[in-house]
Design a protein around this ligand. Structure first.
Ligand SMILES: *[C@@H]1O[C@H](CO)[C@@H](O)[C@H](O)[C@H]1NC(C)=O
Ligand SMILES: *[C@@H]1O[C@H](CO)[C@@H](O)[C@H](O)[C@H]1NC(C)=O
Length: 508
């Protein structure tokens, strides 16, 4: 053979090798079925109103606690930014629908802004513009074959209700119920899945323990008042749907919990780790999902002891009455899990400083929370990578609350800016493998939601952290959205209904 022929063959081989960039993590030799999702398994992506809509003072929309918080305390937002315009989805919803169609999503999870739909907080009147906006979005999604999954509350309380105590006022249970009824009656004919409240942990514990999220009030007692009222408000909204709407609309309602997986640092810490799980998952799940209802007994006991030690005349965790326990118990149609990261749990050393939960530790349990030294950090300061944590979490939930159905309603990672987001692809692959493992072990997981559809206002991080499948150019008035490599990966995954596919370099 002529030397040039050798070179040509060599270059053909090199080209072929270069073309097929098969991610080793997708597992070239792994058993095919192991990476296939069960028939009917659904994929979606999520957003939330404050993080994407913008138009914070458009039409008759009123001020929410997040509008107030970012305007008054810009120093608590990483880049001093606001969600005043965000992705401007209020005006660019047609493009958003185009994106979810491009991805081939089965469903799109978004939230309704209470202050946009019901501006005075109380259900005395409905905003026509607010109603039109959500009608357009829901109808557009359905026309594109994408199911809407609607969150009623993603942290934007009307400021007016905050001024009356917000989530610490027990009357919020009725106020939220009234708002929920408005949403069901306007959209329940077309929306079949509702989530009442997003991540009660991050709207009670985090704000009231640290002041770093709206309403920015630090008061540890308020945490537990919020804790109880959220459970009752969810139950109220679930019961309103169950009694007034389910007979004609046949939809489903649940609550979304943010769960960090807790792993014992040493075998001696196993009991403490279990208590920490009850603290984390149990405080917002036991009342709803357990057979007996009410607070998890270990949490009730720990809180009574801690309150006594601190001199409170009674536990700062407000008790449930018998009627309340029955009212909340069983108010679910499935379990919705938001998961991002994990922690190791160990007993605090004598005199060791403990920071307030959930950014730090659990002082009430004398539990120190830390990442494992081998877990890789991410662009979100409080999230480290431990894909196995999601598997352990799902298995634990099933063991604790029985053979119920699970939907992952958020999972994702913050990465540096840019569209070549291989680390996001790796994250989704690794975490989804753990979902498959849980399914194989008999946990009934029927859906998965990528956080998030597009880069948006990430609360305390502002626009510094990027979690989207689509990049958003926040410097352009059009808020131009562009697919990242991860968007093409996700689309492929949905199409193949499997993690077992080749990813070609020129597709990314
Ligand atoms: C709405 O807010 C913007 C700032 O985001 C401000 O410039 C504008 O004047 C406000 N409009 C109204 C009607 O208050
Ligand atoms: C999972 O739950 C759904 C809905 O309840 C049910 O139809 C399905 O049979 C369950 N799958 C398994 C494997 O239990």
């Amino acid at each position: 053979m002529h030397m040039f022929e050798h070179l040509r063959i060599l270059s053909v081989i090199i080209m072929a090798l270069a073309r097929v960039v098969l991610f080793s993590l997708v597992g070239a030799v792994a058993c095919f079925q192991d990476l296939d999702f069960p028939p009917g398994f659904q994929f979606g992506a999520a957003s939330s109103s404050y993080q994407t809509e913008g138009a914070w003072n458009t039409s008759d929309k009123s001020e929410s606690i997040w509008d107030r918080f970012v305007h008054e305390k810009p120093h608590l937002i990483g880049d001093g930014s606001t969600g005043d315009i965000a992705c401007d989805s209020y005006h660019l919803w047609r493009r958003d629908i185009e994106m979810v169609s491009e991805l081939g999503l089965h469903f799109y999870r978004f939230s309704i802004s209470w202050t946009r739909l019901v501006p005075n907080g109380f259900a005395t009147h409905i905003s026509e513009d607010g109603r039109t906006y959500y009608d357009n979005l829901i109808n557009g999604l359905l026309e594109s074959g994408v199911e809407p999954m609607v969150t009623l509350y993603h942290w934007e309380l009307p400021q007016k209700l905050q001024d009356l105590g917000g989530w610490t006022n027990p009357l919020i249970v009725d106020w939220f119920g009234d708002y929920a009824r408005v949403v069901y009656s306007l959209f329940g004919d077309r929306v079949k899945t509702f989530l009442t409240i997003n991540e009660p942990l991050v709207m009670c514990d985090l704000p009231y323990n640290t002041g770093t999220l709206a309403p920015g009030i630090v008061d540890v007692v308020a945490t537990y008042m919020c804790n109880k009222n959220v459970l009752l408000a969810h139950a109220k909204a679930w019961r309103i749907y169950d009694e007034e709407f389910r007979p004609k609309y046949h939809g489903e309602v649940s609550i979304t919990n943010q769960l960090l997986w807790f792993e014992a640092a040493t075998p001696e810490d196993e009991e403490l780790a279990e208590h920490a799980r009850e603290w984390m998952a149990g405080r917002y799940s036991h009342a709803i999902f357990s057979a007996e209802g009410g607070w998890p007994p270990v949490v009730e006991k720990a809180m009574a002891e801690d309150s006594k030690k601190k001199g409170y005349p009674r536990s700062t965790l407000p008790a449930f009455t018998k009627e309340e326990i029955e009212f909340v118990r069983g108010t679910f149609d499935f379990y919705a899990v938001n998961h991002y990261s994990s922690r190791l749990v160990r007993k605090a050393k004598e005199g060791e400083e403990l920071h307030p939960y959930p950014l730090g530790d659990i002082p009430e349990l004398a539990a120190k929370l830390e990442p494992h030294p081998h877990w890789r950090p991410t662009a979100t300061a409080i999230f480290w990578l431990y894909p196995e944590g999601l598997h352990h979490q799902l298995v634990w939930l099933k063991k604790r609350y029985g053979d119920i159905r699970f939907v992952i309603t958020e999972n994702g990672v913050a990465t540096p800016a840019g569209r070549n987001d291989m680390d996001r692809i790796e994250y989704y692959t690794e975490y989804l493998k753990q979902v498959l493992l849980a399914i194989k072990e008999g946990v009934n997981v029927t859906g998965y939601t990528a956080w998030c559809l597009m880069d948006n206002f990430e609360w305390s991080d502002g626009y510094k952290t990027k979690m989207g499948l689509y990049e958003v150019d926040f410097s352009s008035p059009e808020r131009t959205r562009t697919q990242k490599a991860s968007a093409r990966f996700y689309k492929n995954l949905i199409q193949k209904h499997s993690l077992n596919f080749k990813v070609y370099a020129d597709e990314l």
